[in-house]
Design a protein around this ligand. Structure first.
Ligand code: KMH
Ligand code: ZN
Length: 273
């Protein structure tokens, strides 16, 4: 029986193909990545897509084709990003749910994001949450800062539980502008989660990836890894394929006596029918 959810976030929206040619940006590259990461131990994939010029897009037809292609080739839980890129309009981000993924990311507040702003005003958070409930799509609550745990309390108190009845949060740590990627911050963020939380994972951006993964394992949490969050295996050693990042945390999990969850076990954990 698996007890460690590994989510792979293979692409993101903020790294360019020119800067990182090995980033999976085409549908064929994404599917190949998903297949290999599933074999390596991932249970869920967090998806951002690109257009023909490798630029981030939320084009609905492409999102639908992507969901279908991933379902065709893998059993992974397919989570579409509703965060998009820092430049995407809120309406386009709401429309992502029209592509009917298994899960969607749902960020609990506005965060400075490097030199940009990742906009998540409260009315948008509420609209997106209620839409996910109507459509039967299970949200993953993404928390970039400590106060966003309090926002999650407020959301659940106001609108009740998500579709499926489970509450899964992901701590995204180490974004310049959000909470730092440290064990101390992780402990504080976990303590701030609402009591309805049934599971949580964590990811550390950039060089905080290992500190956050190890802290999460030692607190009994789950893990997200991928080239959305980190582009090097070590200083000066680029990630060549997302599979390497998944394999590394499978190994960390093995040392911590944690076994990767299958996609079927992941569905049970998250309340995806
Ligand atoms: N690209 C970031 C601004 C999500 O996927 O929901 C937002 C992000 C979060 O990646
Ligand atoms: Zn994302």
């Amino acid at each position: 029986m698996g007890d460690l959810l590994i989510t792979v976030a293979p692409t993101g929206a903020e790294t360019t193909k020119a800067d990182c040619p090995q980033l999976p940006t085409t549908l064929a590259e994404l599917v190949e990545t998903a297949v290999r990461c599933e074999s390596a131990g991932a249970g869920m994939i967090h998806v951002h897509i690109r257009d023909d010029e490798h630029r981030p897009t939320l084009e609905l037809e492409r999102l639908r084709d992507t969901v279908a292609a991933l379902r065709e080739s893998t059993d992974l839980v397919v989570q579409l990003s509703t965060g998009g890129s820092v430049h995407d309009p809120l309406d386009d981000r709401l429309r992502v749910l029209d592509a009917q993924p298994d899960s969607c990311s749902l960020t609990m507040g506005t965060t400075n994001f490097g030199d940009d702003v990742f906009l998540n005003p409260w009315p948008f958070v509420c609209d997106l949450y209620q839409l996910s409930q109507e459509r039967g799509i299970v949200p993953e609550f993404e928390l970039f800062d400590l106060g966003q745990g309090a926002a999650l309390h407020r959301l659940l108190a106001t609108y009740g539980l998500p579709h499926g009845g489970r509450v899964h949060a992901d701590l995204v740590m180490g974004v310049p502008g959000g909470m730092p990627g440290t064990a101390d911050a992780l402990v504080a963020a976990v303590a701030a989660l609402p009591p309805q939380t049934t599971s949580w994972s964590a990811t550390g951006i950039g060089r905080s990836t290992l500190a956050v993964a190890l802290a999460s394992l030692s607190k009994g949490g789950h893990l997200r890894v991928g080239m959305e969050d980190v582009l090097t295996m070590a200083r000066g050693v680029p990630v060549e394929h997302n599979e390497q990042l998944v394999a590394r945390v499978v190994e960390l999990g093995r040392v911590a006596q944690r076994v990767p969850m299958t996609p079927a076990e992941t569905r049970t954990l998250l309340g995806i029918g």
